[in-house]
Design a protein around this ligand. Structure first.
Ligand code: DQA
Length: 147
């Protein structure tokens, strides 16, 4: 079963969006890096990005049957969405929350995330490397893949 990496609003623009804050790497670069590390553990990674809260919630629900763990960068929804948090709690999968930027060095409204108290762990400020670290953590801690 796969590790599902979910990205929320505006993260499709990664690489061109505020590069001073979010870096020059794209979501495709992040995906390659995650696939590379997952392969070493015999695991697969599925990337999903949406600008729509409901689409993210639907994807989390679908993960209930088919995923081993979640990596979630919900973008600005992290700071607003109780529903996204509820979805994570509902599926009972380990979830690592990722933010590219160090949200604690930024505006106060970014300091609180509704997702953090539902997360196994939180990675902030490491750029796209954070996704890779999250995937490696899940690979090392999830029960081994059969076969
Ligand atoms: C972000 C941080 C959020 O505050 C912001 O709204 C984003 C990106 C990050 O990856 O650093 O869209 O989640």
């Amino acid at each position: 079963s796969a590790i599902v990496v979910l990205n929320g609003p505006n993260l499709n623009l990664l690489g061109s969006r505020e590069p001073g804050t979010y870096g020059n790497a794209t979501l495709a670069d992040a995906e390659l890096s995650c696939r590379d590390v997952a392969e070493r553990f015999g695991r697969t990674v599925e990337f999903f990005q949406s600008n729509h809260e409901g689409a993210l919630i639907d994807r989390i629900h679908r993960a209930r049957g088919d995923a081993a763990g979640l990596v979630l960068n919900a973008g600005g929804l992290s700071h607003t969405s109780i529903s996204l948090r509820d979805a994570v709690l509902a599926v009972e999968l380990p979830m690592v929350e990722v933010h590219l930027s160090n949200v604690h060095r930024r505006e106060a409204f970014r300091h609180h995330s509704y997702l953090s108290s539902a997360a196994t762990g939180v990675i902030v400020g490491l750029g796209i490397f954070g996704y890779r670290v999250a995937v490696e953590f899940l690979c090392r801690t999830l029960p081994p893949v059969a076969g």
